[in-house]
Every structure is written in structure tokens, then in C-alpha cells.
Design a protein around this ligand. Structure first.
Ligand code: KG4
Ligand code: ZN
Length: 338
């Protein structure tokens, strides 16, 4: 058997990340989260590119150092080609190309959304990988998809959001509540001590296996504006209940989609991935699906939910085994299709 060391590089949005994997196990997984966006209530693309430029060398150095290997031991470099912010993607793509050229080793391009799904194939003790076919729900700040996965690289999107991503529903509602970006984790935190039935928010009507979250965002905005007009302390006095009720609605929307998809496809193996899969409520709801619907569920470790490079590294490893390399003419793509 061979010794394969993959360096994974991720720079699609506002996290600069690098990881080293040895035969599919994670030796290091370094993420530099850009704090600069907090004050703007969302990611500012221009600032993200600049921060990637500053972070990329130290982050990669640290990943190699923590893995205890030198650059010369690397077998290949895997990087995120898209989807994402163009300026952010360019930093990782150009750096990956240059390093592969300098070290004279293969380059492997990775689809970010595919990586959120294939993160489940990272070699981990006490983690059972999904068996094919399975359904993957990828829920993040930029995407909301249900994907039928028939093999590592055979995937079909069978449902997706028609407007906002679920992470945006969390983050924009959090902004309405005066919480800093990204608000998703904070809503999760406050929801824990709130009453999920305290307030009612609307669930959208959509066709097929698709999702919609822009109506909910507006619903929350108008509701809060109206309440604050009557009582300026409304948010402060009800923050836990608002968060719990909002999270409850979002989880119901996601679970409805999954139930429908499972029924239509007859597939009962269900995985989640992407930043929102860090949410404690969705993790619990999915786990409960084992009892309720006879599902087998796959929930990633926290460090593999939000953007990270270990997930890029594992896809790199799988492609390496297939001899799927890319040449130097590869370019970053803001939108991708798989
Ligand atoms: O996958 P990710 O790190 O970046 C994208 O590819 O978009 O996802 C980021 C999203 C943000 O919207 C963030 O608020 C959300 O994931 N998120 C959460 C939680 N942790 C991260 N949303 C709800 N609950 C959480 N615990
Ligand atoms: Zn992501």
C-alpha cells in the first residue's frame, strides 16, 4: 500500500483553511476565521480576499507543522475550485497551483459542496461511513440542497432552495435581532433556553423537494419591527423564545424536505453537511428520525461541518486514488455544477 499525503486548501468564503491528510486520516486541520466581517453583518468579498492573502501562508505552514511533515513529503495538493466568492477562490487556487508547480506534484480541483458531503468519508475512529446510496442534505450559508449520492462522485441534486440559503435565514434573522455575524451559532445558543412554541413563523409552500427561506426572513423582520414599536424592549425580553421559535420553524422546514425526499426515493440513509449541520436542533431532529422513520443517519463531527480543509483533503485523497488530477489551466469558478 502507498503513503499518500494530501494538502487540502479551502478559501471559498471567509475562512482560510488548510489540512494535511495521510491515507484519508486527518493529521492537521487549521482554520483562520476572518473576524473582520462581524461588524458588517455579513461577508464583505473585497475584505475576504485581502484576509485570505494575509492568512494563507501562515495557515498552510501551521497545517504542515502540526502534521509533522515537510512540504517535500506531500503527494498532491487539493484546493477548492468553487463555488464561492471569486476573489476568495482566486487566492487558494493561485496558491495551490504555484505550490504544486514548485514541488512538482499533482494538483487536484475540488467542488466545495461535494466536499461538504464527502467529509463523511474522512477516516475516523468510531465513525461509520455512509453506504451508497444515501441522501445528503447540505445546509450552509450559501446553499441548501438535497442530493442523492449513488457513489463518491455520482451525485444528483434532487432539491434545492429557490431563494435564500438556510444559513442566510439564520444570519439575516440574527441581524434583525441585533446579533453579530454569523448569527446562526448564537441563535442555536439562545434557542436552548427558549420555548419553541412561543411565536409562530410561516412555513413556505414550495413544489417538489425545493426549499424557500426568503419569506421566513421577511416574516421575522416584520414581526420584530411590529413588536418593537409596541415595546422597545421586546427583543431583550424575548430573545430566547424568538430564537427557539425561529429555529423550530427552520428545522421543521428542513425535516419536511428530508421526509419527502426519503419517501420519494425510498432511501433511508441520511447524511447532513455544511455549516448549519453544526446546529444542535437539526442534529437532534435528524437523530430522532432513526426511531421515528427507521433512518440510518450520519452526522459529521463539529470540525467538519463549517468550512474546513479536511473535507477538501479527503476528496483530494479519493480523487488521488482514482488518478483524477487537473492541469495548470484550471481556473476558479464562482458557480459549479456536479
Ligand atoms: O459551510 P459554512 O461554514 O460556509 C458556507 O459554505 O456557507 O456555513 C456557514 C453557515 C453560516 O450561515 C452560519 O451561521 C451557519 O453556517 N451555522 C449555524 C451554526 N453554526 C454555523 N447555523 C445554525 N446553528 C449553528 N450552530
Ligand atoms: Zn461551506
Amino acid at each position: 500500500s502507498q503513503n499518500v499525503y494530501i494538502l487540502g486548501i479551502e478559501s471559498s468564503c471567509d475562512d482560510t483553511a488548510a489540512a494535511v491528510l495521510y491515507n484519508g486520516t486527518v493529521l492537521s486541520n487549521v482554520v483562520a476565521t476572518q473576524k473582520i466581517h462581524e461588524q458588517y453583518g455579513g461577508v464583505v468579498p473585497e475584505l475576504a480576499s485581502r484576509a485570505h492573502q494575509q492568512n494563507i501562508v501562515p495557515v498552510i505552514d501551521q497545517a504542515l507543522k502540526q502534521a509533522g511533515i515537510s512540504k517535500s513529503q506531500l503527494s498532491a495538493i487539493a484546493f477548492t475550485k468553487g463555488p464561492g466568492l471569486m476573489g476568495s477562490l482566486l487566492v487558494g487556487t493561485s496558491f495551490a497551483k504555484s505550490l504544486a508547480l514548485a514541488l512538482d506534484i499533482p494538483l487536484i480541483d475540488i467542488d466545495h459542496m461535494q466536499a461538504h458531503i464527502l467529509a463523511h468519508f474522512i477516516e475516523e475512529e468510531n465513525y461509520t461511513k455512509p453506504t451508497f446510496p444515501f441522501l445528503a442534505m447540505t445546509i450552509s450559508g450559501g446553499h441548501t440542497q438535497i442530493v442523492r449520492v449513488t457513489d463518491h462522485f455520482q451525485m444528483e441534486v434532487i432539491g434545492q432552495t429557490l431563494d435564500d440559503a438556510v444559513g442566510e435565514a439564520f444570519d439575516k434573522s440574527a441581524k434583525t435581532l441585533g446579533l453579530p455575524y454569523p448569527g446562526g451559532p448564537l441563535i442555536d445558543k439562545y434557542a436552548k433556553s427558549g420555548n419553541p412554541k412561543a411565536f409562530q413563523f410561516t412555513k413556505p409552500k414550495v413544489n417538489g423537494l425545493n426549499f424557500s427561506f426568503s419569506g421566513l426572513k421577511t416574516n421575522v423582520l416584520y414581526f420584530i419591527q411590529k413588536q418593537v414599536k409596541e415595546n422597545p424592549n421586546f427583543i431583550k425580553e424575548n430573545l430566547e423564545d424568538i430564537c427557539a421559535s425561529l429555529q423550530y420553524t427552520i428545522i421543521n422546514i428542513l425535516m419536511d424536505g428530508l421526509k419527502k425526499a426519503s419517501k420519494e426515493t425510498g432511501i433511508k440513509s441520511i447524511a447532513i453537511g455544511g455549516g448549519v449541520s453544526a446546529n444542535s436542533g437539526i442534529r437532534k431532529a435528524l437523530k430522532d428520525g432513526e426511531q421515528k422513520y427507521g433512518w440510518t443517519t450520519f452526522i459529521p463531527k463539529f470540525e467538519y461541518t463549517t468550512d474546513n480543509a479536511a473535507m477538501i483533503g479527503i476528496v483530494g485523497y479519493l480523487k488521488f486514488l482514482n488518478n483524477e488530477f487537473t492541469d495548470m489551466s484550471v481556473v476558479a469558478k464562482a458557480r459549479t455544477k456536479f
